[in-house]
Write a protein that binds this ligand. Sequence first.
Ligand SMILES: [Zn+2]
Ligand SMILES: [Zn+2]
Length: 331
Amino acid sequence: MCKTPDFGAQQTEAVKAKIPAAPTMTAKDRCVAALGGAGLWTGLVALPLLLKDRYARVFPAAWYAYDPASTATPSPLGLSLGILAVVVGQLFVLAYQYARWRGSTRLGPLVLIQPNEDRRYDYAEGAATHLSQPEGFVLIGGYLSLTWLLRLMPHAYYGFEGGVDWARVLGCLLLQDCLQYGMHRLEHKAHPKIYQESHKPHHRFTNPRLFDAFNGSLPDTLIMIVGPLYATANLIHCNVWTYMAFGSVYANWLCLIHSETHHFWDPLFDLVKFGTAADHHVHHKLFTSNYGHLFMYWDMACRTYKSPRNVRQFVPNGKPPRKWAGSAKHE
Ligand SMILES: [Zn+2]
Ligand SMILES: [Zn+2]
């Protein structure tokens, strides 16, 4: 099994220069990294893009037919494809993370967000821990299945016509993140007992890695993710392809913002205040700012936004990185 790349050596170079590591990239390096990033994000929506115009040739009509007046259990085709879309997206994210964990810089420089702490891990352990989270997959899978099969979703969701409506995908992401911001802040501030029973387990990761994204608790997922998901579904009506694209981008973006290294696209995201990995590390480190996940607009409007540039723990301190003293269970 390969070891994590030697971020320590990279850090030493950065400390010598007294500035955070900023590797120089040639124009070709930038093109390759940009193409890789575009490929990853396209991969998150690969399944709906691939099937939206071909489904009628691939599946029997009875599998995607939907009668709003019927009370029969709906065909599970849309549900199955939706879950598969997230799985396909996860494969892209896992492959991306594997390349970076192996030390490849083809998808962008490997710069730690928290350069003063050394948190190395074994990829197989990280991926296994991530994929076995009951909160992330079982609970969300159960929510998706029950709401679909019991006809609890608005009728539009069962429709296969019309392709991906990108404006609605963006609308769902914005609304979901806005509601999630509110619930997240409530978990932190409503009562210490609520925080302890719901969100505190996720906060044992003061220096998170990508694989910690869904590592929390059942109440946390119910309050912060499932509740807002159901509200979003009822407020913005989508067809099956739009729902699929939204679900996969949402779930996989949540993983990407937990990355231990900056992504190549993060400067662009920072420009338009989409959530970056560094933005979310600020929340894990300080607990009192950046409650939003995918967008920083709610934090900026509510004055809870703190730029990662203003967090002293994220600036190299000139000392060798100390071992991260977080969750012993996963180290
Ligand atoms: Zn988190
Ligand atoms: Zn939190």
